[in-house]
Ligand binder design. Sequence first.
Ligand SMILES: [Mg+2]
Length: 271
Amino acid sequence: MAHTGGVDDNEPILSYLTDMDGVLVHEDHLIPGADKFLSELQTNGIPYLVLTNNSIRTPRDLQARLRHTGLDIPEECIWTSALATATFLDDQRPGGTAYVVGESGLTTALHDIGYVLTDSDPDYVVLGETRTYSFEAITTAIRLVDRGARFIATNPDPTGPSRAGLLPATGSVAALITRATGREPYYVGKPNPLMMRSALRRIGAHSQSTLMIGDRMDTDVIAGLEAGMRTILVTSGISTRESVENYPYRPTRVIDSVADLVGHVGDPFGA
Ligand SMILES: [Mg+2]
């Protein structure tokens, strides 16, 4: 059926993007059914990417961690905000230079696109997630941004989860640099639909025939929607079924968890 710029609900779903935390795992614990859901995608040869806004780890490190939780996901099926940031910088300014505040997930991604990491007049200051923010590194970042380096951050999340309580995340440290310099970063990760578009390109998928699954209305669902995809909200993570009504947009469908899609991956809206 012809639409006027909207998403065609009749088009079959040929590929999947799925958020990781709150959808497949809770930190180090498997969400029941996530293993069956993923193996069904694999058995049916359905292209998919697992997305995470966390830029700490490389896909290889994530693959190893996920294997411990009981999920076997090839490293090429993992898409982090660090990879999305590297892809963005490679498009914008190939062969550039950057001062990085972050971990191997980010430095490896930037090395892989041929970036030189330096604190000497870099094109960009790129801020990512780390658990060891150093006053010295943040001072250097502030001075470089103040002198004109373009300010990029992998993801806007103000906090992240941990068993002991909240952890300050990239968005909070970005706020510190912004307060000092008066300069806002450009955030590449969710909810920026850029992260979904680069993920789609990575697997050669089209937005009209791709489903985005996430546990957050304010990141996953809005980013999927703005990238032109149909979306499913799972209530196994942050957003609840009741909270959906508080947003001016809605997912295509709400389900309890990805376990509900087992047996239906070829027709996730038919069930
Ligand atoms: Mg999540």
